[in-house]
Design a protein around this ligand. Structure first.
Ligand code: HEM
Ligand code: HEM
Ligand code: FE2
Length: 445
């Protein structure tokens, strides 16, 4: 059963892809600056490009999650969204806040706290926006006919993600305190509540795409939620090793963060097992690719590459180097970008009525973007290891080292071009589907 109000999701996905495109542009600006081609320096210096790049990432992923919720909740709760008009208001204000923040960054209006650079007054608008979003989702859920585990885990993730935005808004004079609470947002998002959002979307997609019973799939979801909380909360300690807090965090952070890959492993095993068990009848193979891809690549990017620098003995060398950027790219891509692409690929044909499942463009988009991103990860990784060795072992000067590793950024740019080609094809495929129609949603019973 489909619901007309689900089509709001389409516009959140469109905004998402637009901001992703911008994010990639700023990625290239940094990539080229790294090899000495820094012609835009006057207007977009490296630090501005970096803040824009990472904040756009967060906003487009949030827009994607919101789109996912607007699509999934009506279907799970078996009723229309309580207000489509307010959902559009929420979309437009989200886009406005994002655009104003990004423009402000170019005029040095920001707070120097990585990932949370949005200035305080805009933070309040973000809070209002997210409250409106949660209101629409939660009221729909509670007025609905059903309250499924999938819908509850998804909404719980979204609710706690909103709540955890608040610790990032407290002001401290102490750098240590500021850093301590910044991680409540950044770490507890990506290694905590966003995993619930991912788990919820993954569960919805696996139910639809594999045909395995909801009971079986939702049992796995409990395991994933359990493992996430068990490891992720105290795992925050892996950011506290050397920031000036109590040394107990070296042990606590080391042990619990080392357990974090288990949640991602469970997600990968979950997806692959459900696929094996399933009837494999659903015609939307592209959505299946992105779904299984998200589960597997997130295990590599977050689980394995996260583990690679999470022990205090390693992190003392790798902290804040390009090793972190290596992990950051594949983790964000695998876990959150790919799950957003999965829900887009699944829902788009249902919303527009155009079932372009077997398109060569769609397949090429999947492979090129993934191959490109793996290449970028390797380039960052090699640059990072060389940086660690020269800077932290040989004690070479920071800038000298940056010069030595320039060559790896040429490789990065080449791989990023392959990646960007894949994304372009994905967007072409998205546009080819056209816009959503009531008829398509009605005929999809
Ligand atoms: C999808 C999940 C994940 C995402 C999106 C992600 C992303 C990131 C990003 C962007 C950073 C840099 C943050 C900053 O400096 O502000 C980071 C740092 C870090 N991540 Fe992850 N991560 C994930 C999961 C994990 C897991 C499961 C582990 C451990 C097993 C891990 C270990 C680390 C460590 C140790 C750092 C600190 C690096 C440093 O000291 O510079 N991450 N992560
Ligand atoms: C054309 C594609 C891209 C290029 C050329 C690119 C390049 C870069 C560069 C050069 C940096 C700064 C590293 C440094 O500090 O020196 C960076 C940071 C970052 N990028 Fe990208 N990027 C691209 C796409 C993406 C995508 C698609 C994602 C997410 C899925 C992403 C996530 C990040 C993150 C999380 C950071 C911060 C890492 C950290 O804190 O260490 N980037 N990117
Ligand atoms: Fe973390």
């Amino acid at each position: 059963m489909k619901y007309k109000s689900q089509k709001v999701a389409y516009w959140f996905f469109a905004l998402s892809l637009l901001l992703l495109t911008l994010q990639i542009v700023y990625g290239f600006v940094m990539g080229f600056a790294r090899v000495g081609m820094d012609g835009l320096h006057e207007f977009v210096p490296f630090n501005t490009a970096r803040a824009v790049h990472t904040n756009l990432l967060v906003v487009w992923l949030l827009s994607g999650f919101m789109g996912a919720a607007y699509y999934i909740i009506p279907e799970e709760a078996q009723r229309e969204l309580v207000s489509v008009k307010l959902a559009y208001v929420q979309l437009i204000t989200l886009a406005l806040v994002g655009v104003v923040a990004i423009i402000g960054f170019h005029f040095n209006i920001w707070e120097g706290r990585k990932f949370l650079e949005i200035p305080r007054p805009l933070d309040y608008l973000v809070v209002i926006n997210v409250l409106l979003f949660l209101g629409i989702i939660l009221v729909t859920l509670f007025k609905g006919k059903r309250r499924t585990t999938t819908a509850l885990v998804l909404s719980m993730g979204l609710f706690f993600a909103a709540l955890l935005y608040l610790p990032g808004m407290i002001t401290f004079d102490s750098q240590t305190m500021d850093s301590f609470f910044r991680w409540w947002v950044v770490h507890l998002w990506v290694e905590g509540v966003w995993e619930l959002i991912m788990g919820g979307i993954l569960s919805f997609l696996l139910i639809k795409l594999t045909g395995v019973d909801r009971e079986v799939i939702e049992k796995w979801l409990y395991v994933i939620v359990g493992l996430t909380f068990l490891s992720g909360v105290l795992g925050t300690g892996h950011h506290y090793y050397y920031i000036g807090v109590n040394k107990i965090w070296i042990i606590v952070g080391g042990i619990f963060s080392a357990l974090e890959p288990l949640a991602f492993l469970a997600m990968a095993l979950f997806a692959v097992n459900m696929y094996r068990k399933g009837e494999k009848k659903h015609p939307n193979k592209l959505a299946l690719y992105w779904t299984l891809g998200a589960a597997i690549v997130s295990f590599v990017g977050a689980g394995l590459l996260g583990f690679a620098h999470t022990l205090p003995q390693t992190n003392i060398y790798t902290h804040g180097t390009l090793v972190t950027a290596m992990h950051g790219h594949l983790a964000f891509w695998g876990a959150y970008a790919m799950i957003v692409f999965a829900i887009i690929s699944y829902s788009l044909p249902n919303m527009t009525g155009r079932k372009l499942y077997e398109s060569a463009i769609g397949r090429a988009a999947f492979w090129l973007s993934n191959i490109g991103m793996v290449g970028m990860t390797v380039a960052f990784g090699v640059a990072g290891v060389v940086q660690v060795y020269m800077e932290r072992k040989l004690k070479m000067n920071f800038m000298e080292v940056q010069q030595e590793i320039e060559i790896h950024f040429i490789v990065l740019i080449i791989c990023a071009t392959i990646f960007a080609t894949g994304i372009t094809l994905f967007i072409i495929d998205f546009i080819k589907h056209g816009t959503p129609t009531d008829e398509a949603l009605e005929s999809n019973n």
